[in-house]
Design a protein around this ligand. Structure first.
Ligand SMILES: Cc1ncc(COP(=O)(O)O)c(C=O)c1O
Length: 430
């Protein structure tokens, strides 16, 4: 929208523009991250000058090829892989879909094991596979979001093609024991994929040590632009492409390479390795300060998910008797960005599938907010958030029909919900 010139000659901004001018206090780094200035600097020459096609025979294009390969080396180093094990994709979703489909096609088997708390990139792909006649097992999780490996082991069948378990949950930050999952898969002769999209820059990743066959990343979660991801495919793993076309990516993924994005991904991978220490100390301390303050100063709040093992940047907090959407709206009015779960499910009125799988009562799940911090957050951001949050929660509770005195309060039968979840889990383990 155009700005409105005033008679005085000054410019008055529309509300949208005024919001744009306002500083943004960003606590939604699990949804996407700011593109690092160093990353912008690295990619711009590939938009302005070196815009040739890396597959071209003439040197103007072919020169670019070397930069794609340099980026591949950098991304491979981020996950301790060989560059040949890295295939660039358009996003994390494509990497997940590719891994699972490849496992089905190469094994000739029709059963897939995944979990109830995966990103929609897996959950909805699983539903798509079911429509095509495949069988998908969605593993349950404990009330703290953790996985029972015995249940996982029992779910593997002779016709299982692949087990796909996320490394860390995007909503709660809970980290799964992927090394153990991969060992179980190996012992059963089943392929293992992990969606590690939330992990780089937050925890070290060693694909070799994990022992997985496939691992997915997405560049926009590590301060690179949207529109590029990668799939690690362990050497000698049989592979079938998902995007079929030209011979790019050694025949593993058709489509002209998104060179500037790939170069950006490479630079971001270097920066992510360099910022690991910062994320694990300073960002973790910021996250803990935020979480501890809220839990001890705002009544009727509780953390969703295990305290540890957890990503150092993520805190998912339930604010009883309020709707998260209303909290987010009021936070937005003062320039604070947070979310009520995955950005991919925003707009859905259903409670988060992750929290539901953990047995969190729907009313509590609907009042849950995810704060995900990053390297650009500082003490003053947390101060600002904590200055506004208690007032916002109080304001909403004052007008909430969900408050403790309300007759519908039995919808907060937390103990009942926990008992029901424990009974369900016990039945699964029998
Ligand atoms: C755990 C996880 N997996 C996959 C994705 C999808 O990544 P992309 O947006 O690159 O498709 C996301 C994005 O939020 C995610 O958090």
């Amino acid at each position: 929208m155009d700005s409105l010139p005033l008679r005085s000659g000054k410019v008055r901004f529309s509300r949208e523009q005024a919001m744009e001018q306002q500083k943004v206090y960003y606590f939604d780094n699990n949804a996407t991250t700011r593109v690092a200035p160093e990353v912008v600097d690295a990619m711009v020459p590939f938009l302005r000058e070196h815009w040739g096609n890396p597959s071209s025979a003439y040197s103007f294009g072919a020169r670019v090829h070397g930069h794609v390969e340099a980026a591949r080396q950098r991304v491979a180093a981020l996950v301790n892989a060989d560059p040949k094990e890295v295939t660039f994709t358009s996003c994390g979703t494509e990497a997940n879909n590719t891994a699972i489909q490849s496992a089905i096609l190469t094994s000739g088997k029709r059963h897939v094991v995944t979990t109830k708390v995966e990103h929609s990139a897996n959950i909805n792909f699983g539903q798509h596979l079911q429509k095509l006649g495949h069988d998908v097992t969605y593993l349950p999780v404990e009330s703290d979001g953790s996985l029972d490996l015995h249940v996982l082991e029992q779910s593997i069948r002779p016709d299982t093609a692949v087990v796909s378990v996320m490394y860390a949950n995007n909503e709660t930050g809970v980290v799964f024991p992927i090394e153990e999952v991969a060992a179980i898969c190996r012992s059963k002769g089943v392929l293992c994929h992990t969606d590690a999209v939330q992990v780089p820059g937050k925890l070290p990743i060693d694909a070799k040590a994990l022992g997985v066959d496939f691992l997915s990343l997405s560049a926009h979660k590590l301060h690179a632009p949207k529109g590029v991801g990668m799939l690690y495919v362990k050497r000698r793993t049989r592979f079938e492409p998902y995007v079929i076309g030209g011979h790019q990516e050694r025949g593993r993924r058709g489509g002209t390479e998104s060179v500037a994005n790939i170069v950006a991904f490479g630079r971001a991978a270097e920066l992510a390795m360099a910022s690991l220490q910062d994320e694990n100390t300073r960002v973790r301390a910021l996250r803990d300060r935020l979480e501890n303050w809220v839990l001890s100063n705002i009544p009727n709040t509780v953390r969703n998910g295990a305290r540890e093992p957890r990503l150092p940047n993520t805190s998912n907090i339930a604010f009883d008797f309020v709707e998260a959407e209303a909290v987010l709206m009021l936070l937005d009015q003062v320039g604070i960005c947070a979310s009520s779960g995955s950005a991919c499910t925003t707009g859905s009125l259903d409670p988060s599938h992750v929290l539901s799988a953990m047995g969190v009562v729907p009313m509590r799940a609907r009042g849950s907010v995810r704060f995900s911090l990053g390297i650009y957050n500082h003490d003053e951001d947390v101060d600002y958030l904590l200055q506004h949050l208690p007032r916002i929660i109080q304001k909403l509770r004052d007008i909430s029909p969900l408050n403790p005195e309300h007759p519908d309060n039995d919808r907060y039968d937390i103990d009942g919900a926990r008992r029901k979840h424990e009974e369900d889990m016990a039945a699964v383990k029998e």
